[in-house]
Design a protein around this ligand. Structure first.
Ligand code: AMP
Ligand code: MN
Ligand code: MN
Ligand code: MN
Length: 298
């Protein structure tokens, strides 16, 4: 991304969070790149859950559509008995440790899906495993989103938000607790691959203030460097809350729609407001790093 050069008064239209058929999105990396570019995105990242299989395609598609690209992923982590998502940006997409760590993280999804299906059968929803599979683009990545699409298909719920209110979540049928990667491993895999770790959509977690403080503190301790402030998962008042958190914890700030599907996502690629101006964008940190590497190898 070394050749990005726009007047500094114009905020860069960066969208550094979305999903393709390689995880739980409904569009291919190529279709996402076209959509992002049509919406004015200048710097893009595809951040599939626990997967980097789409990265080479996404980068080529970004360049074909005139956008700069940062490699991306969104790692599922278990922290304080909750699931937290850590986005990785700007890493080597062929890094062996990251590839293997993500494969391990994906590993339990098949058995978990069978258990989700068994629980749904108990409340009269049969063959949900096979039903969800019809929506899966990557056999290693069956997720709750695929079950949600099947529940909408059979008319059990009107849309996927209703599914997550009535099923698949804690206290509801089809909730199967799962142990994902540890925070320290996720951050280390990203960092060792030359990337930057970013806390995804922090307002989404049901943490007490103490647990949230512990998450930010441990994340920093492990070498985490950024937090999503402006995301499709936050309200405008949450932009403010996490802008303050970014400043308090000296973290760079990221922006991303978390777009999954034209039929499901309320925030389209590239349409969010810019980051609050007092924050340091993650892409500036990454650009400086690339610049330093280039100069030191001269
Ligand atoms: P999994 O990784 O299998 O636990 O699935 C998590 C995915 O489910 C998230 O990445 C979202 O795409 C989707 N999801 C979780 N909660 C909700 C919700 N309340 N509304 C819509 N989608 C959700
Ligand atoms: Mn998702
Ligand atoms: Mn997420
Ligand atoms: Mn996401």
């Amino acid at each position: 991304m070394g050749h990005v050069s726009i007047p500094s008064s114009t905020p860069l239209n960066a969208d550094l969070h979305c999903h393709s058929v390689v995880s739980d999105g409904t569009l291919t990396p190529e279709a996402l790149a076209e959509r992002a570019s049509a919406n004015g995105v200048q710097l893009w990242s595809l951040t599939d859950h626990d997967e980097i299989g789409g990265q080479h395609l996404a980068r080529a598609a970004a360049h074909a559509n005139g956008m700069d690209y940062l490699t991306g992923t969104e790692i599922s982590v278990t922290f304080a008995d909750n699931t937290v998502h850590i986005v990785g940006l700007g890493f080597d997409p062929d890094d062996e440790q990251l590839t293997q760590g993500l494969a391990l993280t994906r590993g339990g999804r098949g058995a978990r899906a069978q258990e989700i299906s068994r629980q749904l059968a108990e409340v009269g929803i049969h063959n949900a495993y096979d039903g969800a599979l019809k929506y899966v683009g990557n056999p290693e990545l069956i997720s709750r989103t695929h079950f949600a699409r099947y529940l909408v298909e059979i008319g059990a719920c009107r849309d996927t938000s209703e599914v997550f209110r009535r099923y698949l979540t804690e206290g509801n049928p089809g909730f199967v607790p799962h142990r994902w990667a540890t925070l320290s491993n996720a951050v280390r895999w990203i960092r060792d691959a030359g990337g930057m770790a970013v806390i995804a959509h922090p307002a989404r977690y049901r943490f007490t203030a103490n647990e949230e403080y512990a998450l930010f503190t441990e994340f920093k301790k492990h070498g985490g460097e950024g937090v999503e402030v402006v995301t499709g998962s936050h309200t405008p008042s949450e932009y403010k809350t996490y802008a303050d958190m970014a400043l308090e914890f000296d973290l760079a700030a990221s922006r991303g729609s978390d777009f999954h599907s034209p039929d499901e996502s309320h925030t389209d690629l590239g349409t969010l407001p810019p980051l609050p101006s007092q924050l340091t964008p993650v892409w500036e940190v990454i650009a400086h790093r690339i610049q330093r590497r280039l100069t030191s190898s001269d």
